[in-house]
Design a protein around this ligand. Structure first.
Ligand SMILES: Cc1cc2nc3c(=O)[nH]c(=O)nc-3n(C[C@H](O)[C@H](O)[C@H](O)COP(=O)(O)OP(=O)(O)OC[C@H]3O[C@@H](n4cnc5c(N)ncnc54)[C@H](O)[C@@H]3O)c2cc1C
Length: 371
């Protein structure tokens, strides 16, 4: 493809990785990538990758695989804590990395390939994009670019509330802790994402949130409340906030991924509930599929974009269905908490519909045997 002008909006995992792939596969294209946030600023703490982690990169892009994998923390068990009883589910591997570290690694790789993202530039809603042949909306769940055309977008917030914290307390495994107090029921998803830091996502249902009075609490009071609720899990560790405001996870769906010369990738195209740890991988896989289509179809952009959507949609829909099932389980976790700890752990591990008892017998023999 000769001198195709491409604008990528957003330097999250989707945008940074796509820019790198395009630079490698379409070296003659003119690439511009813009990011509203300053350099080295991001929300959240760590992200977790489910069992296969970055395996999808190993064959086609060993350089990126080798760059990122050594910076990841990995473990093979999940611990589910309910009524103070830890139940270990063996054999379900995960790995994790700090979101900022991950973005830095992707950015360094992109810059080494000769593309400098423009930080501190928020693409306005009515930006003139006439000069570009292709505009890639990699600008996340709240995408500005998406608002400029009709993609048949729906955004449905789930009712649970969450806040994304960090802590210096280091956890041995990915742990799901569930606790109850006079106001209601709470859940924390917690795991280490570096040798010195862990992620701590605090979640509760809307009723508990209202009764606890979070609406009237500032950030410091919220943090103190969470520390108290999860004092046993934190064992004296303190929580750390980073734009850790209360949010409702938005389920983003688009009937169309392409409108004219604009294409949606990553969270701008769809979100997958964080409880299955797949949003980042999906975003990177979108980038791979789009770069592949663009290099195959060369100058025929409409055909390339149509092929991208046709190839990718079935894969994405399958994963999104699993993510939705998992989100629904979390929406009803106070009900599930009536189960005894082991039954509760069984319910938890089967929540997305991807693991049935047969599979579990194979991969988690100790858990199934009741060890
Ligand atoms: C609580 C929580 C926990 C999560 N945990 C995990 C996990 O464990 N594992 C996992 O895989 N995924 C997780 N995710 C999901 C993951 O963060 C996303 O799926 C992933 O970041 C999507 O990448 P992206 O590049 O599409 O979007 P983003 O990472 O959102 O990046 C979009 C970028 O676009 C920029 N931008 C937005 N508007 C503009 C504009 N107008 N102009 C310029 N730039 C703009 C934003 O600043 C941002 O940097 C979690 C999400 C949440 C909310």
């Amino acid at each position: 493809m000769k001198n195709v002008k491409i604008l990528i909006v957003g330097a999250g995992p989707a945008g940074l990785y796509l820019a790198y792939l395009l630079k490698r596969h379409l070296p003659r294209s003119e690439l511009r990538i813009v990011e509203q946030n300053p350099h080295d600023s991001t929300f959240g703490f760590g992200v977790v990758f489910s069992e296969r982690a970055l395996e999808f990169l190993r064959a086609d892009d060993p350089r990126t695989y080798e760059r990122i994998t050594p910076a990841m923390e990995a473990w093979t068990d999940i611990t589910v804590v309910h009524r103070g009883t830890p139940v270990v589910i063996d054999g379900i591997g995960f790995s994790a990395i700090g979101r900022l570290r991950f973005l830095q690694l992707l950015r360094d790789q992109l810059e080494a390939a000769g593309v400098m993202p423009e930080y501190g530039y928020a693409l306005p809603e009515r930006e003139n994009i006439r000069e570009f042949d292709l505009v890639v909306a990699a600008d996340g769940a709240n995408s500005t670019v998406r608002k400029g055309a009709d993609f048949g977008t729906t955004v449905t917030p789930v009712t649970n509330k969450f806040a994304w914290f960090g802590t210096t307390r280091i956890f041995d495994t990915l742990t799901q802790t569930f606790v109850e107090n006079a106001q209601g029921t709470f859940n924390a998803h917690h795991y280490r994402h570096s040798p010195t830091m862990s992620t701590f996502v605090f979640e509760c249902d809307a009723g508990t949130w209202a009764r606890a009075g979070f609406e009237r609490m500032d950030e410091a009071a919220t943090l103190a409340y969470c520390e108290k609720v999860f004092a046993d899990a934190l064992q004296g560790g303190r929580l750390i906030s980073n734009k850790s405001i209360w949010r409702n996870f938005p389920k983003v769906r688009n009937r169309r991924w392409v409108s004219g010369k604009v294409v949606l990738i990553g969270d701008a195209q769809r979100t997958a509930h964080f409880s299955i740890g797949s949003g980042t991988r999906l975003a990177m896989e979108d980038a791979i599929a789009l770069a592949k289509s663009l290099s195959e179809f060369k100058a025929d952009l409409p055909a390339a974009l149509a092929a991208f959507e046709a190839a990718r949609r079935p894969v994405v829909e399958k994963l999104v269905a699993a993510a939705d099932a998992s989100a629904d389980w979390y929406e009803r976790f106070p009900e599930h908490m009536r189960l005894a700890p082991r039954e509760f752990a069984w319910s938890y591990i089967q929540r997305s519909g991807r693991i049935d008892p047969e599979k579990l017998r194979r991969i988690a023999p100790k858990f199934v045997a009741g060890a």
